[in-house]
Write a protein that binds this ligand. Structure first.
Ligand SMILES: Nc1nc2c(ncn2[C@@H]2O[C@H](COP(=O)(O)OP(=O)(O)OP(=O)(O)O)[C@@H](O)[C@H]2O)c(=O)[nH]1
Ligand SMILES: [Mg+2]
Length: 466
């Protein structure tokens, strides 16, 4: 039977315990603050992959009266083999004593089988007041590891090591805010070596985490490919009455198109946040302009408001159109067809111009007129800019620990150039997808796969430039 590894994260108040819980459980809802005493209750945060827990972190309040607890334990000492039982006895006796509420909270999960991650702050000097805490934890007999977190710029790691080495078999420097993925994997493996019964579960947990990391990258690549496909094919259009295009309409449609692209990009970012379980992160962008150049626009004469079937019916009824093939968008050359329909229905055989035709209604809908199309974006650099921004954003999200509470700043102007260094082979493949999207408005399955693969390679941080 596999046992789910559980880690109680304990230590002095305000030393980054909750930050370590947030990082290891990938949970950005954990309460973290610079005020000591933020965590007042023990609380379990499972690390889940695909809904299944692979290990659990237990956040706890800090020690308040470690010296008094140790005095009590020593006063009742019956020998080393009874130390864990005595600790249990302490908690049972003091459960309702408000003076030891935090100690009872933090010791309870340890007494029910959790391993210990003891957190100290290596940026500040070691002090003897920590010895009582470490001694109490030793009395529990539970597997335990010390983590030297670094809150600030000081470096007292060596003196901390000399002290904690005497109480803990394994000591790691583990920066709660910046520890990268490999550090987390190392920590889990080391704990597996420390506590043999958990070795298989922790080995499996590390394998799941590594596979999950690849899967997330793949899912992010799919979302970014869809973002590019949508943004390269988006258009906005409006009817043009009276045959003249009002520049204000062009401007409005251009604005709408830009907004739609920005919204699509925002949606892609939200998806990437969800993939990486960053559910509360706030974004700040330093350069918001995606489209430096004007977007493409054209005026198209079209038949409005009638479906092909309606038109065919109308044509059949009037005898003016033979067969069912009615082109909905007609240029000057085929104007006669639309006019013919309009003539039969509305004007008793007279040929009408486009703008007059617009006034003719068939089955309650106007028959023809001009339409202004803005987009899709013609600028060939545009998809590369969008891709660069997406790669940068993904990198920030994928590397962000869940203990960070500050805004995530995306310097999009830097992102825009991230794709500049792609080698020519890859660039050609991606460019081919862009051109196809522009010309055909969609990718077939093979090309979509190529685009996703190329993006996935770009997202792979081991291959990305620093
Ligand atoms: N620079 C830096 N700050 C950190 C690090 N870890 C934690 N902090 C900060 O230290 C403060 C306390 O962090 P918490 O994780 O809330 O500490 P805690 O031990 O859970 O605190 P209590 O629940 O109050 O006992 C927060 O402002 C954190 O952002 C770190 O590795 N580097
Ligand atoms: Mg806390």
């Amino acid at each position: 039977m596999s046992t789910l590894p559980k880690f109680a994260v304990v230590g002095h108040p305000n030393k980054g315990k909750s930050s370590i819980v947030a990082t290891l459980a990938e949970d950005d809802s954990v309460a973290i603050s610079s005020d000591p005493g933020t965590t007042t209750r023990a609380r379990t945060f499972p690390m889940r992959v695909d809904g299944k827990p692979i290990y659990e972190l237990i956040d706890t309040p800090g020690f308040q009266r470690a010296r008094e607890v140790l005095d009590w334990l020593q006063a009742h000492d019956r020998g080393a083999e009874a130390h864990p039982a005595l600790l249990r006895q302490f908690v049972d006796t003091h459960r309702d004593d408000p003076r030891f509420r935090d100690e009872c909270e933090l010791l309870t999960p340890i007494l029910t089988g959790a391993g210990i991650l003891y957190v100290v702050d290596g940026a500040h000097p070691y002090g003897r007041e920590y010895e009582a805490e470490m001694e109490i934890l030793r009395w529990s007999g539970q597997p335990r590891m010390a983590l030297i977190n670094l809150i600030g710029r000081g470096d007292h790691v060596a003196e901390w090591r000399r002290a904690v080495d005497q109480f803990f078999a394994i000591v790691r420097v583990f920066d709660a805010l910046h520890a990268d993925f490999s550090k987390r994997i190392d920590l889990l493996r080391a704990f597996g070596e420390l506590h043999e019964p958990w070795a298989p579960s922790l080995q499996q947990a590390t394998e799941i985490l590594i596979a999950e990391r690849q899967r997330r990258r793949h899912r992010a690549a799919i979302e970014i490919a869809d973002l590019l496909a949508d943004s390269l094919t988006l258009t906005r259009k409006a009817r043009v009455d009276g045959g003249r295009v009002d520049p204000a309409v062009t401007e409005r449609l251009t604005g709408e198109l830009k907004d739609a692209i920005r919204e699509r990009e925002r949606r892609a970012r939200r998806v990437v946040h969800e993939i990486y379980q960053h559910l509360h992160v706030k974004l700040e962008e330093t350069d918001t302009e995606i489209l430096a150049k004007d977007v493409f626009s054209e005026r198209i004469f079209s038949l409005f408001g009638l479906s092909g079937t309606q038109l065919a019916l109308t044509g059949a009824a009037s005898g003016a159109v033979a067969g069912g093939g009615v082109d909905l968008i007609v240029g000057g050359a085929s104007l006669g067809l639309a006019a013919a329909i309009g003539a039969v229905i509305g004007a008793g055989g007279a040929l009408l111009g486009a703008d007059q035709l617009a006034k003719v209604k068939v089955l309650g809908a106007p028959l023809g007129g001009s339409e202004l199309h803005v987009g899709p974006i013609a600028d060939m650099n545009f998809p590369w800019v969008l891709l660069g921004r997406a790669v940068l954003h993904h990198r920030l999200v994928a590397e962000r620990n869940h203990s960070r509470r500050e805004k995530m700043v995306v310097d999009s102007s830097a992102g825009a150039h991230l794709t500049d260094d792609i080698d020519s082979g890859h660039r050609r493949q991606v460019e081919r997808c862009f051109v196809t999207l522009r010309n055909e408005r969609e990718l077939d399955a093979d090309m979509r796969r190529i685009l996703i693969d190329e993006i996935e390679t770009l997202l792979d941080d081991s291959k990305a430039s620093p």
